[in-house]
Design a protein around this ligand. Structure first.
Ligand code: OOB
Length: 550
């Protein structure tokens, strides 16, 4: 492969990278999805088309597209002066802010490969990312959300000698000051040529089991991801996007998120505080029209509409996704927050499904959308890997113009996670509706492994959670397995109540009334104040079980 990079660098970046097979790559190029542009061309083109329009906004500052473009050039020169070379991996862990955007585009422009860490990641995750990616630098804030990132960065650099540079935004102590890179006034560097088939950045996988894996997204596939997402959401220059989730996550980054917004000249507003009070005020101030939320946050915003003085009335399209949402929860959000609620079923690995503006309410409430690309290939299979009849449930396997072909440097995961013909095994249990108004739309029924083995029965945690979410006293619930001497596993329902908790007997009477299956009843009802969440805000069942058993 011609990497366009110096041999040593290119070889290093490509080690453990699984490219698209050439025959499919050719199809995606011919279809016009892949255009051969580097990822940072999204900014270059926006700066040429809308130079004076605001590009990124936070509580402290605003950059126009032209200013952001110039800032990216300065950062690229500053990084080069520091010794960062094309193809080098750099861990990027800045909070939601304009500085995040400047650092991301500066790295891309230097042809370095950002590893998109989330502010909630700690030594365990960052150490793993440093180890696997061989990153040479780490960019962190001094302190954010009550956490001092400098202590962690110091420890990481000591443990991972590959991390030669720690760059700190704010009080930098012994580390390199981010401001010295951002405001660099040395000579500009020539833009390095990049091969659009190579990784532009590394995303991290969203699973709640084990450490996240690294997902190399190529220039070609990620530009397409951003452009086509913005189209699917009918975004125009009149829109404004709010980043309320961690900006380095695929969802607010490119689905359509910041990058998709840029492809149509729409501004992106960042907030590190997604509380309804703060977010609603920002939505009102900047006339935000589009945002993306995980379910728990969407539910909180929907509920807050009851008491907040300023309501988010400018919103026209609110994407909700990241984990299973029952139709009752979807309806609650649609009725309380905005009729423009939309469901998105996506993954850092690629494949995206959206409900579209104008879809009938039935589709928006009962499905998680349909594929973004006409070239997304979906297969639904049973346990033995055979296709199930149309409309039936099974595991979703996917392949397409923006879905990975292998995790970065992880042969073991790749042996498990891909079919011989290159389909990614999502681990998601779905059904694709075969007919009626929902035809072609996907319903995510649960994770194939999210089951509880109680006695001789296999119980779906999602089924039980859906029943629980219909109870008026229940705000949020998660069903997990707890070890049991006699049953092997017993069913525990961890529940956040709206007010006074109900008893297990009352809950069971309610489940009787709903006709829920007899063996899928909680053995234990555990009232909790909140459910633990992952770095992006999904329910973290691993942590929940650890809490319940400690
Ligand atoms: C998004 O990405 P990840 O990588 O954090 O997590 C992907 C996994 C999926 O495999 C699925 O298990 C689950 O999250 N998921 C959903 C869902 N959306 C994601 N499960 C049920 N219903 C949904 N609507 O979570 C992500 C990436 C891009 C856009 C949106 C979400």
């Amino acid at each position: 492969m011609n990497t366009g990079l110096p041999a040593d660098q290119g070889n290093d970046l490509t080690r453990g990278f699984v490219p698209f097979p050439t025959d499919r790559a050719e199809v995606y190029r011919r279809a016009g999805y892949w255009t051969g542009r580097p990822l940072d061309s999204i900014l270059t083109e926006a700066a040429a088309t809308w130079p004076d329009k605001p590009a990124v906004i936070d509580s402290a500052q605003t950059y126009t597209f032209r200013e952001l473009d110039a800032a990216a050039d300065r950062v690229a020169a500053g990084l080069a002066a520091l010794g960062i070379r094309p193809g080098d991996r750099v861990l990027l862990q800045l909070p939601n802010s304009c500085q995040f955007a400047i650092a991301l585009f500066g790295l891309l422009r230097a042809a370095a490969v950002p590893v998109m860490c989330l502010p909630g990641h700690r030594t365990a995750e960052l150490g793993h990312f440093a180890e696997v990616s061989g990153a040479v630098a780490l960019i962190v804030p001094d302190e954010a959300g009550g956490f001092d990132y400098r202590d962690m960065a110091g420890r990481l650099a000591a443990e991972h000698p590959s991390l030669q540079h720690v760059i700190v935004d704010g009080e930098n102590g012994p580390f390199v000051a981010w401001s010295s890179i951002r405001d660099f006034d040395g000579p500009a560097v020539e833009r390095a040529a990049v091969d659009p088939g190579l990784p532009a950045l590394l995303l991290v996988s969203g699973g709640t089991t084990g450490l996240p894996k690294l997902i190399a997204r190529t220039h070609d596939d990620y530009v397409y991801n951003a452009v086509a997402s913005a189209q699917a959401c009918e975004m125009t220059a009149e829109d404004a996007y709010l980043v309320a989730l961690p900006a380095g996550h695929n969802f607010p980054l490119a689905c359509p998120g910041m990058l998709g917004s840029m492809t149509v000249g729409a501004p992106t507003v960042f907030t590190a505080d997604p509380s309804p009070e703060n977010a609603f005020a920002l939505i009102d101030k900047f006339r935000i029209t589009v945002t993306g939320l995980v379910n728990a946050l969407a539910k909180l915003w929907a509920q807050a509409c009851e008491w907040e003085p300023v309501l988010p009335t400018s919103l026209r399209f609110v994407q909700v996704g990241g984990s299973r949402m029952s139709p009752e929860e979807a309806r609650f959000i649609l009725e309380r927050l905005t009729p423009g609620m939309s469901q998105i079923f996506g993954m850092a690995e690629g494949m995206l499904n959206f409900t579209r503006p104008g879809d009938p309410e039935d589709v928006v409430v009962h499905t998680q959308g349909r594929p973004m690309s006409p070239h997304d290939e979906m297969r639904v299979v049973d346990e033995s890997g055979d296709g199930v009849p149309p409309g039936e449930e099974g595991e979703l396997l996917v392949r397409g113009p923006y879905t990975l072909n292998g995790y970065y440097r992880d042969d073991d995961a790749n042996a498990r996670s891909f079919s011989p013909d290159g389909f990614y095994r999502t681990g998601d249990r779905v059904r694709i509706f075969a007919d009626g108004p929902r035809a072609g739309y996907v319903e995510v029924v649960g994770r194939i492994k999210d089951v509880i083995h109680r006695g001789g029965e296999t119980v779906s945690a999602t089924d039980l959670e859906d029943h629980l979410h219909t109870h008026p006293a229940i705000y949020a619930a998660a069903a997990v397995a707890l070890p049991d001497e006699y049953l092997g596993e017993k069913i525990c329902a961890a529940v956040v109540f709206r007010g006074k908790p109900i008893t297990l007997a009352e809950l069971n009477a309610f489940l009787d009334e709903r006709g829920a299956s007899k063996h899928a009843r909680p053995d234990v009802l555990m009232p909790v104040r909140s459910l633990p969440t992952t770095a992006v805000g999904k329910v973290d069942k691993k942590q929940l079980v650890a809490q319940l058993t400690s």
